[in-house]
Design a protein around this ligand. Sequence first.
Ligand code: RO9
Length: 281
Amino acid sequence: KQFHLGMFEIGKPLGKGKFGRVYLARERSTNFICALKVLHKSELQQGKVEKQVRREIEIQSNLAHPNILRLYGHFHDTKRIFLILEYAGKGELYKHLRKAQRFPEPLAAQYIAQMASALKYLHGKHVMHRDIKPENILVGLHGEIKISDFGWSVHAPNNRRNTMCGTLDYLPPEMIKPGREENWYSEKVDLWSLGVLMFEFLVGEAPFEDTPVMTQRRIARGEMTVPGFVSAEARDLIKRLLVLDPAGRIPLEEVERHGWVLRHCVKGERHFQRTSGGKES
Ligand SMILES: COc1cccc(-c2nc(Nc3cc(C)[nH]n3)cc3ccccc23)c1
């Protein structure tokens, strides 16, 4: 299907990410609501991220999962690239996390179950995200979460060296310590990040948060303490994800049937549950 700008009625700007602005949009012929991400080719060239954007488009357009933001299509004009993305009505998860400071365990467990389901789907296609963090997760109208921003995802294995920018908090030890780079590109990196995400949901800050040098050292040694208010079952799952040896991390199938997750998640639909007083799905 060929898309072009004239097909869309552009609505309010939703916000701007690192390399582009996002607008609410409606496709005229179908009245379909979506989010239009506008990237300026010049900015991408300066940031040397054209390849990353091409990869994001190639990977995300082939994915269809309720907890992964859909990329319906893309088009470009002389100056800009446009991504036609699924619209997630409740915006960025990290804003909800900051506002709430930390999530109640039942809500955190539902989010972790949805993440595990999405990661299982991704890993089944030999795609790993490699940049799981609250900033890259959006919230849909019914409270379901959607992984977005596949800029760092790759088809395993991949031997591109990636200059990391942004927070170190979510990096697994195998990407901190030099050597044995084949570990860099196993899907197990997403399991570590899932553990960091779970900790941040429950505690309100990342487990190894510190100065950059100290963060790297604490990650490499797996030095973190889980506060007392975190339940024993949640602590158990965090400890099974934040394992230095990638091979020792609990597999996603076991995350989904861990006591802490099962206790808070109703059987059946994993990608969303009504939490605010709605009927159980
Ligand atoms: C930096 O803040 C940004 C940046 C980009 C988008 C939002 C934002 N996005 C969405 N939904 C989206 C975004 C995409 C790609 N699909 N669905 C909803 C919101 C609601 C309130 C405020 C902000 C929102 C924020």
